[in-house]
Write a protein that binds this ligand. Structure first.
Ligand SMILES: Cc1cc2nc3c(=O)[nH]c(=O)nc-3n(C[C@H](O)[C@H](O)[C@H](O)COP(=O)(O)OP(=O)(O)OC[C@H]3O[C@@H](n4cnc5c(N)ncnc54)[C@H](O)[C@@H]3O)c2cc1C
Length: 376
């Protein structure tokens, strides 16, 4: 492939070491560079970076970017490398800026209900820390245990709780971003309303490191929701499962915090992979996982019963209720491990999302089945 970028020279490496310190620059060490050349997009997608840098401050990021910009060296940002679209793979070589050393939760502001974090904070670590203050961070991609907040923002990650709380963009109130020139921008901040002018903040969310590198984020927190129940609902057909979704939502007293669909193939493999088995798995063709929140334990039954009844009226084979953390985790570990389970059978499985209106899911699943028969 021809391109207009320059390769990294020994002078460039010396400049990076002068900016960041010897220990924060990896060069000419294939074994240590290799892990920064892939992500979870699968199919053996990989490209080795020439250098990996691990800045610890926005100023360090700025000096590295300004140098690369002057020398026309390509730069790829990297969070935890859990992305499914290859965004963290340094296709043109050059420099990978890894945010693994910018991993501090700088502030949990219980008055303004925000958290200020560096981009390398693992999503679940933030969730746990704010929970200690009775607060909740509603971003919840299925990679929550490994992905970084910076990566979530750069991908505008969705996840199980999108239906109620929205994708990551809904939780980002402010960003510190370093541009290719090295300039450091402050966008938004600790305020809930910010509607004047163009939203550069919103433009940055989901831009996958192409417009600037995120070095700090101010995130919206909300009070910790009350106890939850998870309904695992098997159906004899995809059509029945899909038709049950609006009925279960409308029957619920508040919006379910998660509604997930799983087909039989994914369920079978994820059950085998996790060792968690559920009843009626043989008879069912499709499954819904519906999570309902209640204001207190006493209210939980009243909160989830209408959704369960609506599912039964819509043709569910049964409704299994998980109303304690152990039982809930059993269900969610099946859902979270779908991709790994399928890759256990075939490592080339592509792990991407495709999105259709929910009414189109039966037609989409029929098409997927046709493809899987044709290419078996
Ligand atoms: C098992 C599994 C489940 C998943 N579930 C979901 C899901 O439910 N919903 C969903 O939306 N996604 C999901 N994903 C993909 C998801 O988008 C990523 O897991 C996550 O958001 C990426 O974070 P990361 O830190 O790993 O970023 P990386 O993969 O390292 O990077 C992702 C992109 O962000 C850029 N980037 C990273 N950090 C920065 C930064 N500080 N500044 C600028 N750009 C940056 C990178 O250049 C790249 O383009 C899943 C992935 C896996 C493996």
């Amino acid at each position: 492939m021809t391109h207009r970028f320059q390769s990294v020279t020994h002078e460039d490496v010396a400049a990076f070491r002068a900016i960041l310190g010897e220990a924060n620059v990896i060069f000419a060490d294939p074994d240590r560079l290799a892990p920064y050349g892939t992500d979870e997009s699968g199919h053996g997608h990989a490209a080795s970076p020439e250098v990996v840098v691990k800045p610890q401050t926005a100023q360090g990021v700025g000096l590295v970017l300004a140098h690369c910009n002057r020398q026309r060296i390509p730069v790829t940002a990297r969070g935890a490398g859990s992305g499914l679209a290859g965004g963290a793979i340094p296709l043109f070589g050059g420099v990978v800026v890894s945010f693994e050393k910018m991993s501090s939760i700088l502030e949990i502001d219980t008055e303004n209900l925000v958290a200020v974090v560096e981009p390398g904070v693992v999503t679940n670590d933030l969730c746990r820390r704010v929970a200690e203050h009775g607060l909740f961070y509603a971003g919840y991609p299925m990679s929550v245990e490994s992905s970084f907040i910076g990566g979530n923002i750069a991908c505008n990650a969705g996840g199980a709780k999108v239906i109620k709380y929205g994708a990551t963009a809904a939780h980002v109130l402010g960003l510190e971003v370093v541009l290719a020139s090295g300039e450091i921008l402050q966008l938004g901040g600790k305020r809930r309303k910010d509607s004047s002018g163009y939203s550069l903040l919103r433009l940055m969310v989901g831009s996958e490191g192409t417009l600037g590198l995120i070095t700090q984020a101010t995130l919206r927190l909300i009070p910790q929701p009350g106890p939850t129940a998870d309904l695992l609902v098997p159906f004899a057909s995809t059509e029945d499962a899909v038709a049950a979704v609006p009925r279960a939502i409308m029957a619920s007293t508040s919006m379910p915090s998660a509604v997930e669909f799983m087909d039989k193939l994914s369920m079978d493999h994820a059950m085998a992979y996790t060792g968690n088995h559920i009843a009626l798995a043989d008879e069912a063709e499709a499954f819904l996982i519906i999570q309902i929140e209640a204001s207190s334990k006493d209210m939980l039954l009243d909160a989830y019963r209408p959704a369960g009844e609506a599912c039964m009226e819509a043709g569910a084979l049964d409704v299994f209720v998980a109303d304690n953390p152990w039982a809930s985790e059993k269900i969610w570990s099946i859902r979270r491990n779908c991709l790994e389970a399928l890759r256990g059978i075939d490592p080339t499985v592509e792990g991407g999302d495709f999105v259709v209106p929910s009414t189109k899911i039966p037609a989409m699943m029929a098409f997927v089945r046709e493809l899987s028969v044709a290419y078996r």
